[in-house]
Design a binder for this molecule. Structure first.
Ligand SMILES: Cc1cc2nc3c(=O)[nH]c(=O)nc-3n(C[C@H](O)[C@H](O)[C@H](O)COP(=O)(O)OP(=O)(O)OC[C@H]3O[C@@H](n4cnc5c(N)ncnc54)[C@H](O)[C@@H]3O)c2cc1C
Length: 386
């Protein structure tokens, strides 16, 4: 697919060692393009719980030679169930494309394992950046500086670099909060290898297998951003909130060692440049999405493949590479951000009629309608435009 034009004279600088930054490091290595990655944390890991990967990113990870490790470390999802809170099944769908759920720390391990240690710089927090057409000067918290011809900002939704270069893009809160945890308990055998999506009033509860032993659960409800949990009582508080739910679901909450909390947010869908001079953005730093469609990480992986491909094709003509990357990625990603936002609004709507209507669509919509969404997410044919 690529026309080999590896005339990069200096390494690409990647800021951020999350799913996006590490995927890019792997794809650049695949295209034989040198890189240096800078991460603020003292080690590469993810404290989050689990993550679902759909077919498109799995195909990319497979091209990178990581598919079999991901397959071994995660769990395949074969069915989607939409039961009520007592686990009475309202709808069952077979998953027609490959979908794997995996513990985030394991995914990060797989992504980092093949990268040369000499290219990874930890405890390097970016505190400032000055940018011109030909280079950026990046300042770190330890006072050190680097100058680089091409910088990829993969530093997440609260990106320092985006706030400096594109200050008009703001984090948008949907006023919903999500809790998640990992349990060593499994649901009844019927739900093995299944994803469960449960809506009741304005509460949502999701269950996803992580491997043969562990189960990930997520609980979401309307809530103003900025709230904090008391770690001593968070499980009891959630058990009270979900008190009418099936005991097997409450056991998942009860048995989880850690419970994480996140406000749901995104960066909206207003048109924006994905690059400024010698800096290009990737993943959550430019198109964070609410987690309703479980696509943020998947899209960061697709970004990584596409950007590396463009850098390979256009060599040091960075502006051309960045524009080509934005041209092919923007429409799919923005569609996902929009759909995910609407899905979240519907799931937790105050208006019972709206909520009921949307739930009915989900439980009664003809299968082809849901399949269409699935094939849109799995589509990689846009890469042929490159
Ligand atoms: C509850 C929840 C569930 C989700 N479930 C899914 C799912 O099932 N499937 C899916 O695909 N996505 C899911 N997502 C979304 C997914 O987690 C994100 O989209 C993905 O992690 C984005 O990757 P990223 O590399 O762009 O950003 P991040 O993962 O945020 O990584 C950014 C990295 O940059 C580093 N960094 C930040 N600032 C600096 C700095 N100043 N200097 C140096 N380094 C810095 C950070 O330490 C971090 O390592 C979910 C999100 C949430 C909140």
């Amino acid at each position: 697919m690529a026309t080999a034009k590896k005339n990069h004279t200096t390494p690409i600088t990647i800021i951020g060692g999350g799913i996006g930054g590490l995927s890019l490091a792997n794809t650049l290595a695949h295209f034989n393009i040198q890189f240096q990655l800078y991460e603020q944390a003292p080690e590469l890991t993810d404290v989050g719980a689990g993550i679902g990967l759909s077919e498109a990113p799995l195909k990319i990870l497979d091209k990178l030679g990581l598919g079999s490790d991901i397959g071994k470390a995660g769990a395949i999802v074969r069915h989607v169930y939409m039961p009520d809170k007592q686990l009475k099944i309202r709808r069952k769908l077979s998953v027609s494309s490959e979908t794997i759920c995996i513990h985030r720390a394991r995914l990060i391990d797989i992504l980092k394992n093949r990268l040369p240690e000499s290219c990874i710089h930890l405890s390097k927090k970016v505190t400032g950046i000055d940018v011109s057409k030909s280079e950026s000067t990046i300042t770190f918290n330890d006072g050190s500086r680097i100058s680089t011809a091409c910088t990829v900002a993969a530093d997440g939704i609260h990106s320092v670099i985006r706030r400096k270069l594109l200050p008009h893009i703001r984090v948008r809160y949907i006023n919903q909060t999500i809790w998640r945890g990992i349990s060593d308990l499994a649901l009844p055998e019927l739900f093995k290898n299944s994803f469960l999506e449960i809506w009741d009033q304005r509460l949502r509860f999701l269950v996803i297998p992580l491997d043969d032993v562990q189960t990930l659960w997520l609980a979401a409800k309307p809530e103003l951003p900025g709230g904090k949990d008391d770690p001593k009582t968070v499980r009891e508080d959630l058990l009270y909130l979900y008190r009418d739910f099936h005991p097997a679901l409450k056991d998942l909450i009860r048995s989880s060692k850690n419970v994480l909390r996140n406000d749901m947010n995104d960066l909206g869908t207003k048109k924006r440049p994905w690059y400024v001079n010698s800096v290009v953005f990737l993943g959550d730093s430019i198109h964070a999405t609410t987690p309703n469609l479980a696509q943020g990480g998947c899209q960061a992986i697709e970004d990584a493949w596409c950007l590396a491909f463009c850098l390979d094709k256009h060599g040091t003509d960075y502006q051309k590479a960045f524009q080509a990357y934005q041209n092919v990625r923007e429409s799919k990603v923005m569609n996902i951000v929009k759909t995910s936002w609407v899905f979240g609004k519907a799931a937790h709507s105050k208006n019972p009629l709206f909520h009921y209507g949307y739930r009915s669509i989900l439980t009664h919509a003809p299968e082809f309608f849901l399949r269409r969404q699935e094939s849109f997410l799995n589509d990689l044919s846009y890469l042929q435009k490159l």
